[in-house]
Design a protein around this ligand. Structure first.
Ligand code: ADP
Ligand code: MG
Length: 242
């Protein structure tokens, strides 16, 4: 199934015919075509083992496909050196993972500032920007707390602050509410909706159908293939209301 970005918007990331075979012969993705348009908020949904995390890694250029092409911010990532690819990723992609991946023993502020290390800012500027990002996620009063002094929901908000502090073109979240109780999970999803309303492009990977259904677009994946994408329905609805 081929999808394109919403007409009139630019695709931030485009995957064409992406296949991923792991050593040992597991084929995790089989010919995936996917475009993520600017300011979209979409769910990539599918059962465990369907290839969601593999897709996220490839969209975020953490991993390369076995076949097919990935274009990020206009660059064909397969043609770049590791060094240029790291720079491209640092500039354009923010990641949020189920398990937060914060540095233990470092304050919320230090965790967020560390994420800005490759942005070419001075240390003072990184800390200022990190503080702004923490304010934005509602943690202005927790900047000097370390991860073990924060709740799960607060830790995930720190991770989101870290992901958005560099103003990436796309935020990729892999099961962001998977380790949270339902109230904290809802707060995290509310935050992602707010960031999207402010202009962020966000893809949320989830196995939770209800969570997926609450987002404007659902891309359904099964056995490494896109089996459904509500993208065109969404465009029809939006153009009908304008
Ligand atoms: P999901 O995130 O939807 O649960 P994954 O993308 O993690 O799915 O995995 C898709 C398939 O690829 C699974 O069969 C999994 O076992 C396999 N897989 C994932 N990562 C690796 C790896 N590093 N090496 C080998 N097989 C892998
Ligand atoms: Mg996964």
């Amino acid at each position: 199934m081929t999808t394109a970005a919403q007409p009139g918007t630019t695709a931030v990331v485009t995957l064409t015919g992406v296949t991923k075979e792991y050593p040992g012969g597991v084929c995790a993705l089989r010919g995936v075509d996917l475009a993520i348009g600017e300011r979209e908020l979409l769910a990539i949904v599918g059962p465990s083992g369907s290839g969601k995390s593999t897709l996220l890694h490839i969209v975020g250029t953490l991993d390369q496909p076995t076949a097919g092409t990935v274009t990020l911010a206009g660059h064909d990532v397969g043609t770049l050196t590791d060094r240029r690819l790291s720079a491209l990723r640092a500039q354009h992609v923010g990641f949020v993972f189920q398990a937060f991946h914060l540095v233990p023993g470092a304050s919320a502020l230090a965790n967020v500032a560390e994420g800005l290390r490759y942005c070419g800012l001075t240390r003072a500027a990184r800390r200022r920007r990190a503080a702004d990002a923490l304010e934005r996620v509602g943690l202005g009063d927790r900047m000097h707390h370390r991860p073990h002094e924060l709740s799960g929901g607060q830790k995930q908000r720190v991770a989101i602050a870290r992901a958005v502090a560099g103003e990436p073109d796309v935020l990729l979240a892999d099961e962001p509410t998977g380790a949270l109780d339902s109230a904290s999970g809802e707060a995290v999803m509310d935050l992602l909706h707010e960031l999207n309303a402010d202009g962020a492009t966000i893809a949320v990977i989830t196995h939770d159908m209800e969570l997926a259904a609450s987002l404007p677009r659902q891309v359904r994946i099964r056995d490494g293939q896109v089996v459904d994408d509500t993208h065109w329905d969404r465009i029809a609805v939006e153009s009908g209301t304008r």
